[in-house]
Design a protein around this ligand. Structure first.
Ligand code: BTN
Length: 211
């Protein structure tokens, strides 16, 4: 897979879209610094020097977020970090966010955006690889994630890595707020929540771990 490297970009997601518009596919964009890094749910992704900011363009895949979560957790293991996933794909260490994943579908592609804090944690509620005593080069991390994204089997690993299963949660979804016990993640990535009004399956939203 070809890797396009930049020092400064608005967002690697936007660069990836431009390259797709030019007819390219199956590539990755890596930048040292993003001026307008974006997170899920219209949030900002603070992107100073000292992090990995990467967008990997793969064939459209509605389960790319699970594939990516597993790839990132496994890559972090090589850095000496034990991380877990908060549904859908926040990557946590000791309940603090070390990495985030943003998947956007564009034409026939899924653009898998991965941001990993390597030497800085830009927010108090975040952490970083070096903050946790781990170490790895940015290039190695990028290559491990690209390789991991190609794995055919990832669903069982995702369930194992997902710390949301078994927790009481509050899910802020587009059509309302749901509270209950997260009992599983189904094979298409929906969270299965046992609520007072029965079992609900939710495809996307913001998830808060309550207990
Ligand atoms: C999240 O946790 O909300 C997702 C964060 C995703 C950040 C990455 S950094 C590389 C790519 N470019 C962006 O603008 N966002 C993603």
């Amino acid at each position: 897979m070809k890797i396009y490297r930049y020092y400064e970009v608005t967002s690697t997601q936007e660069v990836a879209k431009k390259l797709i518009d030019e007819g390219k596919n199956n590539f990755a964009v890596v930048a040292d610094y993003q001026k307008e890094g974006r997170g899920r749910l219209e949030r900002e992704w603070i992107s100073p020097l000292g992090g990995l900011y990467m967008s990997v363009v793969i064939k459209k895949d509605d389960r790319a977020f699970m594939r990516a979560g597993v790839a990132v957790v496994k890559a972090l293991k090589h850095a000496g970090i034990e991380a877990n996933l908060k549904w859908p794909n926040d990557v946590l260490v000791r309940n603090k966010k070390i990495a985030g994943i943003l998947v956007e579908n564009y034409e026939d592609n899924s653009i898998v955006g991965v941001g990993i804090n390597i030497s800085h944690a830009p927010l108090r509620e975040a952490t970083c690889i070096e903050c946790e005593g781990g170490s790895i080069s940015r290039d190695k991390l990028a290559k491990l994630i690209i390789k991991g994204l190609k794995k055919k089997k990832f669903y069982e690993d995702y369930r194992q890595m997902c710390s949301t299963i078994g927790k009481d949660v509050k899910i802020i979804a587009l059509n309302g707020v749901i509270e209950g016990r997260a009992i599983d993640i189904d094979s298409i990535g929906r969270i299965v929540v046992e609520t007072k009004n029965g079992i609900k399956k939710i495809a996307s939203g913001d998830c808060i771990h309550l207990r």
